[in-house]
Design a protein around this ligand. Structure first.
Ligand SMILES: *[C@@H]1O[C@H](CO)[C@@H](O)[C@H](O)[C@H]1NC(C)=O
Ligand SMILES: *[C@@H]1O[C@H](CO)[C@@H](O)[C@H](O)[C@H]1NC(C)=O
Ligand SMILES: *[C@@H]1O[C@H](CO)[C@@H](O)[C@H](O)[C@H]1NC(C)=O
Ligand SMILES: *[C@@H]1O[C@H](CO)[C@@H](O)[C@H](O)[C@H]1NC(C)=O
Ligand SMILES: *[C@@H]1O[C@H](CO)[C@@H](O)[C@H](O)[C@H]1NC(C)=O
Ligand SMILES: *[C@@H]1O[C@H](CO)[C@@H](O)[C@H](O)[C@H]1NC(C)=O
Ligand SMILES: *[C@@H]1O[C@H](CO)[C@@H](O)[C@H](O)[C@H]1NC(C)=O
Length: 435
């Protein structure tokens, strides 16, 4: 019997719509801002107990000890949300706490911020500087960014350092998660070790620039969760973004010197933050000033299908099929190891039932299966051409016997029936696909 072998997939990534809105009540306390300044000038200092407060009062920089940690044992310099001092957005000396309250922040004569133990004179932390000027000032901006400016010369001051370039576990509005492919500079999040320990923990969140740009959470060397690439409208794996698009706008910047994810609050009244917590969970929270609580807008991973490569190569994860433990094989594929699958161990994935018929002088019986509404597979090893049309993409894939699947890179508009534009082509295993 003539079988039509399945080349595999024309993947249309639309993904699941799962609006998430949970409420979390946190302890809130107001701190009197006093008349603290937002700027530290060269020659000045900030000692333990003193603070900088941003112009509008939203953020405070100063010394703190995490909740439950005795003041004298661990002192950190950080930036916190003024209305809720428990929410620390940035920490300078995360892996090198002071064990005294004699810490002092100064600007030295070559423009570095230096955190000293004034008792011993030891430097605990310092920022980098590329200036030889001493006309330098540090300002805590209303965005939560601590910037160091070189104020020599008559023109605009030059920023020589900013805390936004050195994220801790939190991304604020306007702050980038990404990298500069030209210099290798990277802006990534690293979780705290524990809720009361800001030292670097097990999880990191980075912008992966191989294939299509994709934000990825790692636990040590192991990939744990992919957001899924930007599809022109939303992050392929986070369709619920649509539910708060009126409040928060998200942008993926792709330029030769910058590939980055950045968000902004569309309302100035909304204070939102993205946090990679100690357990590797990424939470988007927003402050409700009326009730003084943090509302959780989203959390990721959300469910088992967000576990990276849960169902292995050519496997398909569906959170609604708990009875089969979520995994199935794509059409035309069967479990590589049926005995393992029967033991609910699906990570070995699936293999093709009938070999491809490619290279048969154009008389191939291979065709494509369309897979709709999924998180786009990992594109690390995929070939991307943003200029190709979807029709060109199909032709290229069909002509290349090593091509196993193709998809549009951008689902907006495009020719060929409005199914998008750009071309992503896979030549190895397809992994991390979820309905
Ligand atoms: C900080 O500045 C104040 C005022 O200029 C000065 O009296 C004090 O000695 C300085 N403290 C340190 C530790 O540098
Ligand atoms: C504080 O740390 C220093 C080294 O940084 C150490 O010599 C000193 O004994 C510590 N003091 C206390 C009270 O633990
Ligand atoms: C300022 O601090 C930086 C970083 O610790 C250091 O490299 C530089 O030599 C210091 N400059 C001066 C004038 O001490
Ligand atoms: C120092 O670094 C900043 C930020 O990277 C840059 O904007 C500035 O041009 C640099 N200045 C010099 C003198 O290299
Ligand atoms: C492919 O077609 C050409 C001409 O149509 C023929 O000479 C050749 O033998 C064919 N090759 C295969 C592998 O069928
Ligand atoms: C990409 O290729 C490398 C090297 O062959 C391999 O280790 C890795 O698993 C591949 N990644 C994906 C997502 O297939
Ligand atoms: C894609 O198209 C743009 C604008 O049409 C052009 O500048 C660019 O060179 C093209 N890139 C490739 C890889 O063909």
């Amino acid at each position: 019997m003539a079988a039509t072998t399945i080349r595999i997939l024309n993947i249309i990534h639309q993904a699941r719509i799962v609006p998430v809105l949970l409420l979390m009540i946190v302890r809130a306390c107001s701190i009197g801002a006093g008349n603290a300044s937002d700027t530290l000038y060269n020659g000045g200092n900030i000692t333990d107990g003193k603070t900088l407060v941003s112009a509008g009062g939203s953020f405070t920089l100063g010394f703190f000890s995490p909740t439950g940690v005795p003041t004298k044992t661990k002192r950190y310099l950080g930036i916190w949300f003024t209305a809720d001092a428990n929410v620390v957005c940035w920490v300078a000396n995360r892996d090198n706490p002071l064990n005294t309250t004699t810490g002092v922040l100064v600007i030295n004569d070559t423009g570095s911020l230096v955190l000293l133990n004034s008792g011993s004179g030891h430097t605990t932390w310092s920022s980098s500087s590329n200036t030889t000027s001493s006309a330098v000032a540090a300002q805590l901006l209303e965005s939560g960014n601590l910037v160091v400016r070189d104020e020599q010369g008559s023109g605009n001051p030059i920023w020589i350092w900013q805390s936004f370039d050195h994220p801790s576990n939190t991304l604020l509005a306007g702050q980038r998660l990404g990298k500069n492919p030209q210099t290798g500079a990277e802006w990534s999040l690293t979780s705290w070790r524990a809720p009361n320990d800001p030292s670097p923990g097990d999880y990191r969140r980075v912008m992966d620039t191989k294939g299509l740009p994709d934000c990825v959470s790692w636990k040590h060397g192991v990939k744990k969760y992919r957001t899924g690439p930007w599809n022109g409208l939303w992050l392929s794996g986070v369709p619920e973004m649509a539910s708060y698009s009126g409040l928060i706008s998200v942008q993926v910047i792709v330029r030769p010197d910058e590939v980055a994810y950045v968000f902004d609050s569309t309302s100035t009244a909304l204070f939102s933050r993205l946090v990679l917590n100690e357990a590797g969970v990424l939470q988007r929270l927003a402050w409700d000033p009326a009730s003084k609580v943090w509302n959780i807008f989203s959390r990721a991973p959300r469910d088992v299908c967000d576990d990276y490569a849960m169902c292995g190569a050519f496997g398909l994860c569906d959170v609604n099929t708990a009875s089969t433990l979520y995994c199935s094989c794509m059409q035309g594929f069967s479990p590589s190891s049926p005995s393992q699958w029967s033991m609910r161990e699906a990570s070995g994935g699936c293999r093709r039932d009938v070999p491809l018929d490619c290279g048969n002088n154009g008389t191939t019986t291979d065709g494509f299966m369309v897979l709709r509404g999924v998180k786009l597979p990992d594109t690390d090893n995929a070939t991307v051409d943003m200029n190709a049309t979807l029709e060109q993409c199909r032709t290229r894939c069909l002509a290349d016997c090593s091509c196993v699947a193709y998809a549009p890179a951008d689902i907006r508009g495009g020719g060929g029936g409005g199914h998008g534009s750009g071309c992503v082509m896979w030549t190895d295993d397809i992994v991390d696909v979820a309905l």
